[in-house]
Design a binder for this molecule. Structure first.
Ligand code: NDP
Length: 248
């Protein structure tokens, strides 16, 4: 039996990058996996992920749901439970980055980034815990920038990822008595559309690492798979940082 056989997972933002790798890894480990995405341009990619998992004998469901809208987020949780009959693992991964000097930031920048990076995590969690049982997992993708404001022009992103730390600590206290663990994965620079590893900016980021290598989405997915499984049950309220020693 595989590590996650009989488990059902929902991953937000699973069409590309880290989220797609998490979807594929959880499915390879035996879970039935639903995932959200939002762009029309990602529909084909989402269908291809579902087809690949189904072809390998797994079960997957792609849900078009924009994390900016709470009813679409709660709808994704309901659609997962409707399709697979239960929910065991919520991975809130969808996130955006806005790079602007503080003098250029607006209230609408705040709303957009916080709605996706923080509010949607809160909304998905409140809906998910209606279904999670003992052994359930709430796993959120933060960033090593939650601990480290590495450069200017990152105010909103850094603030949002630090907020997830308080979310993780406090929620672990609420859900511990129910046997549900709550953890935060904090990737460092990981090569995706959001942060490709072949730019001048990536050279700067590599220069700050102890081990000067970008992570891969699969590196982060491996950590999530561990946290989703039985072997991690002693871990809750914790942040696991995988950043090539960036914050060392
Ligand atoms: P990408 O930009 O490569 O992918 C983002 C994913 O999130 C896509 O699947 C996208 O869907 C989805 N998404 C974005 N906005 C929304 C929305 N409004 N509603 C639903 N889905 C949405 O990002 P990464 O894979 O790099 O990042 C994933 C997470 O990891 C984020 O939370 C990010 O902050 C975090 N992270 C990334 C790091 C990195 O270096 N890459 C470092 C530290 C943290 P669609 O395809 O439809 O656009």
């Amino acid at each position: 039996m595989k590590n996650l056989t009989n488990k059902v997972a929902l991953v937000t933002g699973g069409s590309r990058g880290i989220g797609a790798a998490i979807v594929e890894r959880l499915a390879a480990d035996g879970a039935k996996v639903a995932f959200t995405y939002t762009s029309d341009s990602s529909s084909e990619k989402a269908s291809a992920i579902v087809a690949g998992i189904n072809a390998a004998g797994g079960r997957a469901l792609a849900i078009k749901a924009d994390s900016r809208y709470p009813d679409e987020v709660t709808g994704a949780v309901s659609a997962t439970v409707k399709e697979f009959g239960s929910l065991d693992i919520l991975v809130s991964n969808a996130g955006i980055f806005i790079a602007k000097d503080v003098s250029e930031l607006s209230l609408s920048d705040y709303d957009e980034l916080m709605d996706i990076n923080v509010k949607a995590v809160y909304v998905a969690t409140l809906e998910a815990i209606k279904h999670l049982k003992a052994g359930g997992r709430i796993i959120t993708i933060g960033s090593n920038m939650g601990d480290n404001a590495i450069m200017p022009k990152t105010l909103l992103y850094t603030m949002s990822k630090s907020a997830l730390q308080g979310f993780t600590r406090a929620l672990a206290r609420d859900l511990g008595p129910k046997g549900i663990s709550v953890t935060l994965v904090q990737p460092g620079p990981t090569t995706t559309d959001m942060n490709p590893d072949n730019t001048e900016f990536s050279d700067f980021l590599r220069s700050r690492m102890a081990l000067p290598e970008y992570g891969t989405a699969q590196n982060i997915a491996a950590l999530v798979a561990f946290l989703a499984g039985e072997e991690s049950k002693y871990i809750t309220g914790s942040f696991l940082t995988a950043d090539s020693g960036f914050n060392a």
